[in-house]
Design a protein around this ligand. Structure first.
Ligand SMILES: NC(=O)c1ccc[n+]([C@@H]2O[C@H](COP(=O)([O-])OP(=O)(O)OC[C@H]3O[C@@H](n4cnc5c(N)ncnc54)[C@H](OP(=O)(O)O)[C@@H]3O)[C@@H](O)[C@H]2O)c1
Length: 308
């Protein structure tokens, strides 16, 4: 079935998308700008961010703001939040889109903060970002525009089905598992984070969901140090019995969850192809594992001086 998103007037709504200079994030930002939202794209490369903003302006007439955010560095994440809070009173839609599939492996296998890269970029820094931005989302919930329910959209993946929660390698370069495993593990954490957030924020009138964008032939498979040849993408598609979506198609589930009335009716769900689907991994429904991940994430951040 072809994917489709309804259009809505998003004037007055404030949106933040991480890693929106290419791929799914760029097309998500473009669609939301087209609908009149005030969008900020938070990216680690200023030049790429400006080029993306210019491109969006050219196609929609609405230029998003740009901001610097490197999720592989906790200090950068905390600084970004400070800057964002200084400029904005409210946040209606937060889309945790940025993600890495095993790239930027530091020489010793860990980031400068001492964490495995996929874990820090895909989960831990987004945890810090989200929790510190909650006051702005809560403000939006108390001061709704056009009765819009504020929400958090986390980009997960069906790859979570192959993930497991393993704390032994997150700060130990000697134990780091194979590329696909560490990505899948981080995507499992994304699912758990969204589920728990949904639960925690239910009484505040804020919803949180995790989405699988589909298999999308974006840049995630072609980073300089881990390039998958084009024909192999076809082979992967064949093996997982899917054809790859375009970036625009990949953005549709994020946009649907970000703006639809449908997505405001529930919280903590997993979405694929603009519909609620079964969690890709049963561990996401295990409160003990989910609560432990939440507590450990807080603990990791506290140990590095970033209390949440
Ligand atoms: N493509 C798929 O098939 C697929 C499937 C399931 C889930 N997903 C998820 O969808 C999301 C978007 O992926 P995509 O396919 O659009 O990938 P992409 O084209 O590689 O885009 C990823 C974005 O994340 C940014 N990013 C990477 N590391 C960052 C960091 N340290 N700090 C800030 N930003 C950073 C990238 O910035 P640079 O341009 O500077 O690298 C880029 O803007 C990811 O969370 C991914 O896990 C993708």
């Amino acid at each position: 079935m072809p994917l489709k998103v309804e259009k809505k007037d998003l004037s007055g709504l404030t949106v933040l998308i991480t890693g929106a200079n290419v791929g799914i994030g760029l097309e998500t930002a473009r669609m939301l700008c087209e609908m009149g939202a005030q969008v900020t794209i938070a990216c680690r490369n200023a030049q790429k961010a400006e080029a993306a903003a210019d491109d969006i302006k050219k196609t929609t007439g609405n230029r998003p703001d740009t901001a610097l955010l490197d999720l592989s560095i906790l200090e950068s994440t905390a600084d970004f939040v400070k800057g964002y809070i200084a400029k904005h009173q409210r946040l209606d839609i937060l889309i945790n889109n940025a993600g890495v599939f095993t790239t930027e492996k530091a020489p010793d296998g860990l980031t400068q903060d001492g964490f495995e890269t996929d874990f820090q970029v895909n989960h831990l820094s987004h945890f810090l970002l989200t929790v510190r931005l909650l006051p702005l989302i809560e403000f939006a919930a108390k001061n709704k525009i056009n009765d819009f329910t504020p929400r958090i959209v986390v980009l997960g993946s069906t790859a979570a089905q192959f993930g497991k929660i393993d704390y032994t390698y997150l700060q130990n370069a000697d134990n780091i598992p194979q590329i696909f495993n560490r990505y899948a593990n981080s995507k499992l954490m994304n699912g758990m984070f969204a589920k728990k957030l949904g639960e925690k924020l239910e009484d505040d009138g804020i919803v949180a969901h995790v989405v699988h964008p589909g298999y999308v032939a974006s840049e995630i498979y072609s980073k300089p140090d881990y390039k998958i040849p084009k024909f192999l993408i076809g082979v992967i598609g064949f093996l997982v019995n899917t054809t790859f979506r375009t970036n625009v198609q990949g953005a549709m589930t994020s946009v649907h969850v970000a703006i639809s009335d449908d997505a405001a009716k529930s919280t903590g769900k997993y979405w694929d192809a603009c519909k609620i689907a079964t969690f890709p991994n049963k561990a996401i429904e295990d409160d003990r594992i989910v609560n432990e991940l939440w507590n450990k994430s807080e603990q990791y951040l506290k140990e590095k001086g970033f209390e949440v």
